[in-house]
Write a protein of this length. Structure first.
Length: 331
């Protein structure tokens, strides 16, 4: 080997090392689009906050079909992105196929657990935050009937609904909770027309507060609720601003914090299982200038007291996913 060959080889090795050290993180959005004003947008906001605070850059992709999940993961891993964050439980199968092929790449999956040494699995206690907004719905309701509209009918969304119903019943044991799911396929996350139809159907059954946990479909729920003169409850991101004065609150699921944390930790990210709930700021309810007039001190004090009790373990909210059942709501 000539001296020049040795020099070029060393230069190439240094470039690869530098590339690894300065690897851009990557974010893959779930179906429904980056700007769904809900789950995906919360993930984007976390990535953007990281970029704004650090001056760093990140890669991203919006999927158009289920078939792209594994393809996107491999493309980013081959390109040296690290860590790679996935927004959504539906990436589990693809990540299970991909993670072992790239042992030096760190992955974060949100809303599902994938057992691999280079994977961080982040799940949320959505039932805890949903309990709080259920309390608020029951306090705000004048008809004693409130609604829940979920996206895809899966255990995770039933977890939202069950927590919500428990909060409602804690305030008013005689209240009625009307619950519907948008569909059984991923298209249920991005069907605002169906969301609107379900909202009107629930209003016809007497609902005067409707909670949407349905991704982009929820935009139709909130719009129709505002148009029909009832209150709505947003989800994941703070959606209060979408219809100021007409959205009672939003159940904040801090997907943004999960993404921000993964990007901040970078290639040294600690892997394993991580739970985000009321105790560590993973979920909560939104209060701002857009809904302040809808939330009297009595409501806020009651909800904050319940929040403290849940966080401390004094009050337990049943998790639908623990046994596929809900003590206060039939699906």
């Amino acid at each position: 080997m000539t001296l020049m060959q040795k020099f070029l080889g060393a230069t190439a090795a240094m470039a690869l090392s530098a590339g690894a050290a300065l690897a851009d993180p990557a974010l893959i959005f779930d179906l429904g689009g980056k700007f769904d004003k809900s789950f995906n947008e919360a993930a984007f906001n976390g990535a953007k906050r990281w970029a704004d605070e650090t001056g760093g850059t990140f890669r991203e992709i919006e999927l158009q079909s289920e078939a792209q999940r594994e393809q996107a993961l491999r493309r980013f891993a081959e390109a040296g992105a690290n860590p790679i964050v996935m927004a959504g439980f539906a990436f589990a199968d693809a990540l299970g196929q991909v993670a072992a092929d790239y042992p030096d790449t760190k992955f974060t999956i949100i809303d599902m657990v994938v057992d691999a040494p280079n994977v961080r699995s982040v799940v949320f206690n959505e039932h805890e935050g949903s309990y709080l907004v259920g309390m608020m719905a029951a306090m705000a309701s004048e008809s004693d009937t409130v609604g829940f509209i979920g996206g895809m009918d899966i255990p995770l969304i039933r977890k939202f609904a069950c927590g919500y119903a428990q909060g409602v019943k804690a305030v008013n044991a005689d209240a009625t909770v009307v619950a519907n799911m948008t569909g059984t396929t991923p298209s249920a996350w991005n069907d605002p027309v169906k969301g609107s139809e379900l909202t009107k159907a629930q209003i016809s059954q007497g609902a005067d507060v409707v909670y949407a946990a349905a991704g982009g479909t929820g935009v139709g729920v909130l719009q129709t609720a505002a148009d029909e003169g009832i209150l709505s409850i947003g989800v994941d991101s703070n959606q209060n601003y979408l219809h100021s004065g007409k959205v009672l609150t939003s159940m904040m699921k801090r997907v943004d914090n999960a993404v921000f944390s993964a990007f901040s930790d970078g290639v040294d990210m600690e892997t394993g299982f991580q739970v985000m709930g009321l105790a560590n700021g993973g979920v909560g309810y939104a209060l701002d200038e857009h809904n302040a007039d809808l939330v009297p001190d009595s409501m806020r004090n009651a909800v904050d007291e319940a929040s403290d009790k849940i966080a401390s373990g004094e009050l337990a909210v049943h998790d639908y996913m623990s046994d596929d059942s809900c003590p206060v709501l039939d699906f």
